[in-house]
Every structure is written in C-alpha cells, then in structure tokens.
Design a binder for this molecule. Structure first.
Ligand code: UTP
Length: 292
C-alpha cells in the first residue's frame, strides 16, 4: 500500500455565503481567534503525516501565499524587539510543509478545482481537505483517521458524520452497503443534496476525502452539472458505478463549516473558549456583559 503524503486543499470558491467578508480575501483566510482557517487545516494535514500540499487558489490568492511564506521584514522586526515567542509562531508557519499553488481561473466547481492538481498528485493516493471545513480533534487529526482507515481497508475513503434528518439536503449523502466495522461501511451510492424522503441514510460527506488518483480519469469525463459546475460527487459516483471500492468512514471530531456565518461564529466562540489566552475574558464577557 502506497504511503499517503500529498494533499489538495481547494480554496478557490467565491465564498458568497459570507460576503462581503470574502469580497477581497478568500474565505479560507477568515480568522478563527488568531489564525486563518486554512492554517488549522494545514496543521491537521502536517500532524497526519502529509508533507506536500497543493492549495488550489483563485482570485485574491496573494494573502494565502504570503501567509505561508517567509516574512523577512516581520521576522526581523520581531527579532529586533526580542519578541521571540511570536517570532517562533510566525517562523513555524513557513516551515510546516512543502506548499504549492495552482490556480483555478474560473470557479467551475469542486471537481474542476481538484482536476487542476492532477499533475501534482501523480499516481499516489491523496487527501482532499476542503478549505472551509475545520475539524477539532486534538488526539487524532481527521486526515490521520482517514489514512489509518485506508491502511486497513484500501480503496477510497469518504469522511462522513451523522447529520440531523432535516439537514441532509445540504450535503452529499451516502448509501451504505456492507458494514466493515462500527464506524466504517462500504458505499453503493452517493446522492448529492437529497430531500429528506430520498436520503438513503443520514451519513453526510463533510469535507475530507482520501482518493486514488483514478478519480482524475473519472472527473475528466464528467460533464458540468448544476450551475455549470463539475462536482466531485459525480466523479466519486462514477467510481462506484465502475465497481471501485468506496468506503464511508465516520470520523471523530467536531466539525465547523466556516463557509457560513453561523459556523464561523461558532468556531470563533469555541476556539476562543479553548484558548488559554482568551478563555477567561471570553467567559466573563459572555456571562457578565452579554448576560446569556
Ligand atoms: P463551497 O461550495 O462551499 O464554496 O466549496 P463556495 O462556492 O466558495 O461557497 P459559496 O456557496 O459561494 O458560499 C467547498 C470548497 O471547495 C472550494 C471552496 O473554496 C471551498 O473550500 N471550491 C469550490 C473551489 O476551490 N473551486 C470551486 O469552483 C468551488
């Protein structure tokens, strides 16, 4: 079994649900407490053993590149001022992993964004981590959980979690077949945004995938669907139709969709409560000033 060392982070969407915040910056750079959400994702991947990451960028990509690059002026000033702790934080960012960029000139869908990274991936299995989904699990990062599942069962792994019945229409939903173990099932179908009645389960795909490079062949022959977009789900569906093994794995961790307003707010509050620097002041503010 090939070692999984590469990942794609698609970050070229328009982020219309959080406009105007995303007018001049990618939503993946929106801040959760003191870090852009993209950094949480890169940290998750690095902690999972990923060494090479390609970020698919679109308009306004400069802030992403600058964030993960060495910042000579800033680092010099911090050193001069003796702010060594901050200096380390800033310096660590540019040394986390090998980060590459590919541009998706038109945001023609997630599947299209993934296709842009084809030559970078070559013939290895790889992770996809959506740039607007953060998963909190300080013990085992979610990408590592997917890699462990792949090492056990092979195939293609889709990260899922149970969602409320009334929410299934927001997600790609899995039709399970054979149970492999308590949190792992083989899939026979994948339905994008089904109605409550149509939904074959409440296992929803939540922003993490481990796929074989065969997905590129299927995406290349996938026609644009709704809104002229090439959907990753359609490529995965083709894999299923060609009897490729696709597994749904229920990952452990709390997931935040920072691509919508409430998800972004919740992430800020919860990460703020976990951060020793902000925790007490935030509790005091919520209790005594907001008086919830
Ligand atoms: P979303 O569908 O949540 O992103 O895509 P969006 O289109 O930016 O969202 P709204 O609906 O306009 O608010 C999930 C992930 O895929 C990336 C996004 O950047 C996000 O990380 N994506 C989406 C691309 O890279 N390219 C695309 O064409 C579409």
């Amino acid at each position: 079994m090939k070692k999984v060392t590469k990942a794609i982070i698609p970050a070229a969407g328009l982020g219309t649900r959080v406009l105007p915040a995303t007018k001049a910056q990618p939503k993946e750079m929106l801040v959760i407490v003191d870090k852009p959400s993209l950094q949480y994702i890169v940290e998750e991947l690095v902690a999972s053993g990923i060494t090479d990451i390609v970020i698919v960028t679109g308009r306004n990509k400069n802030s992403i590149e600058d964030h993960f690059d060495f910042s000579y002026e800033l680092e010099n000033t911090l050193r001069k001022d003796g702010k060594m702790e901050l200096l380390k934080k800033v310096d660590d960012i540019s040394n986390m992993a090998n980060i590459y960029y590919v541009r998706q000139n038109h945001p023609l869908g997630l599947g299209h964004a993934i296709l842009k990274a084809k030559s970078f991936i070559g013939d290895e299995p790889f992770i996809i981590a959506l740039g607007d989904d953060i998963v909190y699990n300080p013990e085992t990062p979610v990408a590592k959980q997917l890699i462990d599942t792949y090492n056990k069962y092979g195939g293609n792994i889709i990260g899922v979690q149970e969602v409320k019945k009334e929410d299934v229409s927001k997600y790609g939903v899995v039709k399970p077949s054979k149970i492999l173990d308590e949190d792992t099932v083989e899939m026979i179908d994948f339905i994008e945004k089904p109605s409550m009645e149509e939904a074959p389960s409440n296992l929803a795909c939540l922003g993490r995938y481990l796929l074989s490079p065969e997905i590129f062949d299927y995406l290349e022959t996938t026609e644009a669907g709704k809104g002229g977009e090439i959907q990753l789900t359609d490529g995965i569906l083709k894999m299923l139709q060609n009897n490729k093994k696709v597994i749904a794995y229920t990952f452990k961790g709390k997931r935040y969709d920072i691509g919508n307003k409430i998800g972004l707010l919740k992430a800020n509050i919860e990460f703020g409560l976990r951060n020793p620097e902000t925790k007490n002041d935030l509790i005091d503010f919520l209790k005594n000033e907001i008086k919830l």
